[in-house]
Ligand binder design. Structure first.
Ligand SMILES: [Zn+2]
Length: 255
């Protein structure tokens, strides 16, 4: 990325989103802090901005002192191991607070005043699998055994993001719960989705005019939930469920 452009972008982030102060509030679980958590957080943010694909790449950049000019002169920059230690004990709550602050600022500054599609503010909701691994796991992992008998560990989340014109903003996410003792099923995506839009409404109020979802959400309970927070639901129904489409077309004709 062009250095001048990066500098302009960071200045904008700091001025409009108060990113520097917010990053200073982040914490991790390391005991004797020789390197500030804020320094590490800022480097990780730069890693995302510069789209570095791996920690190996980041290590290379750190060795080449690529980030040096972006910090005050006497700042000690971390080794990759310190970054790993920091991230593995990171206070996720602080990150969520920072994220909420960014979203609130986006709404306050009316970034979406012209809507995202034809003057309408549209958000989409969908389920994703995250942190898939067949080696590492935690007590809250969901599992799946493949044809070779290998157990895969992963988490599932429901994500809500704006769609249409840029910028595409991730408004929030909700991690789905693994099965509880009394049940043999993991939490369903719709249950998580409902929890997510209720949470987003509480935090940001009218965060969208329309919520778009795939055929999985073609349930009365979902539509009622969306209408209850004063938004409209659009659901994409796939061709295999043509009887629903036929029914709808029949009904629309008599309108
Ligand atoms: Zn896990």
């Amino acid at each position: 990325m062009n250095k001048c452009y990066l500098k302009q972008m960071l200045t904008y982030f700091f001025k409009v989103y108060h990113l520097a102060e917010k990053i200073k509030g982040l914490k991790d679980g390391r005991l004797n802090l020789q390197i500030e958590t804020s320094t590490i957080s800022f480097i990780v943010l730069l890693t995302f901005i510069c789209r570095l694909k791996s920690f190996n790449r980041l290590e290379h950049w750190l060795k080449k002192e690529r980030f040096k000019n972006l910090f005050p002169k006497k700042t000690r920059l971390p080794h990759i191991d310190t970054i790993r230690r920091s991230l593995s004990s990171f206070d996720i709550n602080g990150l969520n607070v920072l994220h909420d602050h960014v979203i609130k600022t986006i709404f306050k500054n009316k970034v979406f005043r012209n809507g995202t599609i034809d003057g309408i503010k549209v958000a989409a909701i969908d389920g994703v699998e995250i942190f898939e691994s067949n080696k590492k796991s935690c007590e809250k992992c969901l599992t799946r055994v493949d044809k070779q008998g290998i157990t895969h560990y992963f988490h599932r989340a429901v994500v809500c993001a704006t769609v249409g014109s840029d910028p595409h903003i991730v408004l929030g996410y909700e991690i789905l719960e693994p099965k509880k003792d009394c049940s043999d099923k993991d939490e369903g995506e719709i249950t998580g989705g409902k929890r997510l839009i209720r949470k987003l409404y509480k935090k940001f109020h009218h965060f969208a005019d329309v919520i778009v979802a795939d055929a999985l959400y073609c349930r009365a309970s979902w539509i009622t939930e969306v209408l209850a927070i004063g938004m409209d639901a659009v659901i994409r129904v796939k061709d295999e469920r043509l009887h629903i489409v036929k029914d709808a077309l029949g009904l629309f004709q008599s309108r």
